[in-house]
Design a protein around this ligand. Structure first.
Ligand SMILES: *Cc1c(COP(=O)(O)O)cnc(C)c1O
Length: 421
């Protein structure tokens, strides 16, 4: 099926007389007639559900849909995007190991990788801007378990150079995990470009209506864990799971199986069935929304560019944007809804612009149907000096705009009147 159809039909096919829409299985547990049936599920968990901390039919329907949309082999929904990233790292890394990541990742991810993982004994080595391939390879040693990046880094708006970094990972037999939240599987499929694991904060475009926090890990099924000394855990029996060997039991979905049987089981990163239902409902219209977000963002970016109160605009869809060439290579059918711009006059004028907006709301959120803005220098990054802001790719006049689904004309009018005031 094409993605439009997967959005609607993927993950759930009613049998005769069943509910047309995936029901909310609001149950912690599942009843079985015989001990043999339950014993079988402990051996082969993918054949059914035991306990909602580990899996649930409503959650499973969404997992199947997102796996199909990404072109993966299995997926695991989590309680948040943060939990998805944590599960991804801990499926391959433990105390004494390290990972390589890009410092432009989402702020919450940056803190998780830099501060919290360090407390667990996992070091994160950050790729500094401008590093050569050789310098990046210098960060990789035999304890390195993962490279982590974002398709579109938020809010710096840098596009991930898949060809370059995937070939480095391939050369070193290293797993490449990508946060595809801002591109969504409608616009970019990282597995086509060499990624092995994809994570999403489903809180953003997949939900799309700002009602449910969630995340998902998708297994690309395209990484060979056999004969690779970095990942001996995948080929040796897991005593905590009655001697399961993940590459044998999971086959191509070994990563997803290990993530579920170790991390979901032990750490309880599970989403509620109700949130899975809401997220699934949002995803049904993802293809329509991403098209409109992209069209609107392009119109807004062009209008901002022509506005005398604006000093610069960043949108990877604009042909003269420094990231356009990379974006054009990987994006299909649009460039998404995130636009950043600088207001002439610095911090005070940027804050004034936000103060004067009418229907466009100031929120610590992005990728919603409703347009929203944030001024990082006075909110998420307020503790930083002007010099530190520049190091993060954020300047004092920087406004992050998440372009929604209203009429482009209304969005532009609202920003123009705020700038005029
Ligand atoms: C929001 C976000 C996250 C974190 O997701 P939560 O659902 O808020 O935990 C991770 N990555 C990106 C790119 C995000 O925008």
């Amino acid at each position: 099926m094409n993605k439009e159809s997967i959005c609607l039909h993927g993950g759930y096919t009613p049998k005769t007389g069943d509910a047309n829409v995936i029901p909310i299985y609001q149950s912690t547990t599942y009843a079985y007639d015989t001990p043999e049936e339950l014993a079988h599920l402990f051996d082969v968990p993918k054949d059914g559900h035991i306990y909602t901390r580990i899996s649930n039919p409503t959650v499973a329907a969404f997992e199947e849909k997102i796996s199909l949309l990404e072109g993966g082999v299995a997926a695991m929904m989590t309680s948040s995007g943060q939990a998805a990233t944590l599960a991804t790292v801990l499926t391959v890394a433990q105390a004494g190991d390290n990972i390589v990541a890009f410092p432009t990742v989402y702020g919450g991810t940056f803190n998780l990788l830099k501060v919290t993982l360090a407390k667990l004994g996992i070091e994160c080595r950050f790729v500094k801007p401008g590093m050569t391939d050789k310098e990046i390879e210098g960060l990789i040693d035999d304890k390195t378990k993962l490279m982590f990046g974002e398709t579109i880094a938020n809010p710096a708006m840098v596009i991930f150079d898949f060809d370059r970094y995937a070939s480095l990972c391939k050369k070193h037999g290293l797993l490449l995990a990508i946060d595809n939240t801002l591109a969504t599987p409608v616009l970019v499929n990282p597995f086509k470009h060499g990624a092995n694991v994809v994570v999403h904060s489903t809180t953003k475009y997949l939900d799309g209506h700002a009602v449910a926090v969630g995340g998902v890990v998708v297994d690309g099924g395209n990484f060979d864990f056999r004969n690779n000394p970095r990942y001996t855990d995948f080929v040796t029996p897991d005593e905590s799971y009655h001697g399961t060997v993940y590459v044998e039991e999971g086959g191509r979905a070994a990563f997803a199986l290990k993530a579920r049987m170790q991390l979901m089981r032990d750490m309880g990163l599970s989403p509620s069935p109700f949130n899975a239902f809401l997220t699934n409902l949002g995803t049904e219209t993802l293809h329509l929304r991403m098209k409109k977000h992209s069209e609107n963002a392009m119109e807004v970016a062009k209008a901002l560019k022509a506005n005398p109160h604006i000093s610069w605009v960043k949108y990877c869809g604009l042909e003269d944007d420094p990231n356009h060439e990379l974006a054009a290579k990987y994006f299909e059918g649009g460039f998404g809804g995130m636009v950043c711009f600088g207001v002439k006059g610095g911090r005070a004028k940027a804050a004034d612009c936000i103060r004067n907006l009418s229907f466009i709301r100031q929120l610590t959120h992005i990728a919603d149907s409703r347009t929203c803005v944030l001024h990082p220098a006075s909110t998420t990054h307020r503790q930083l000096s002007d010099k530190e802001l520049v190091d993060c790719g954020i300047s004092e006049e920087f406004i992050r705009l998440s372009v929604g689904l209203e009429a482009a004309e209304d969005i532009i009018k609202d920003i123009e009147q705020a700038l005029e005031k």
